[in-house]
Design a protein around this ligand. Structure first.
Ligand code: IMP
Length: 181
């Protein structure tokens, strides 16, 4: 497939074929862990939307969806360090097997904030699935149960991830160089 014109200058990190293979393995792991129990996939908007839709189809257990909106980056590429809820849950998490689905685990601030928020709803279990993990940037310790790829300190876009709302619809994950931000 040719690179769309708006994506020139980006460096490929993971192709859509590599992502699909990894997401299939993550789906199999989650299906094995939950066997016959239904799960609720709780996606963090907007970056995790594409990952969640692919992960959901890689599951062999029953899955329902809900979404939370958070903002910590504004229009830039550096976390403001302050997490703000922009969309709350639609349904109760009480007694459910919740899997929090996140695009990138970076400083850990977002996931720690969301873990507290969801735990207050008394789910039956709470696990975290993150497509990417950037451990070198961690400010707060946080453990993800399912991780797609561990990456270095790159700023990445595509497959749902953005820079000031651009590049989300790229099928691959690419590195955005500092001069393009
Ligand atoms: P944390 O609170 O610093 O862990 O930030 C997590 C959120 O920051 C992710 O869900 C992304 O929305 C955003 N983020 C962190 N690193 C990147 C990146 O390299 N590209 C795009 N978004 C990122």
């Amino acid at each position: 497939m040719s690179v769309p014109p708006f994506a020139t200058g980006l460096q490929l990190l993971f192709s859509h074929e590599q992502i699909a293979a990894r997401v299939a393995v993550m789906g199999a792991e989650i299906s094995r862990d939950f066997r016959d129990e239904p799960v609720l996939l709780l996606g963090v908007l907007k970056g995790a939307a594409i990952f969640l839709s692919d992960l959901a189809r890689a599951l062999t257990v029953e899955a329902s969806f809900d979404f939370l909106g958070v903002s910590s980056y504004g229009k830039g590429t550096k976390s403001s360090g302050e997490v703000r809820l922009t969309k709350d849950l639609d349904e109760s998490m009480q007694g459910k097997n919740v899997i929090l689905v996140e695009d990138i685990l970076d400083t850990g601030l977002t996931l720690n904030y969301l873990k507290k928020l969801i735990s207050a709803h008394q789910p039956r279990s709470l696990r975290i699935a993150a497509l990417l993990d950037k451990p070198s940037h961690r400010v707060q310790p946080v453990h993800a149960d399912y991780v797609g790829f561990t990456i270095e300190d790159f700023f990445v876009v595509g497959y749902g991830m953005d820079c000031a709302e651009r590049y989300r619809n790229l099928p691959d994950i690419c590195i955005l160089s500092p001069e393009m931000r």
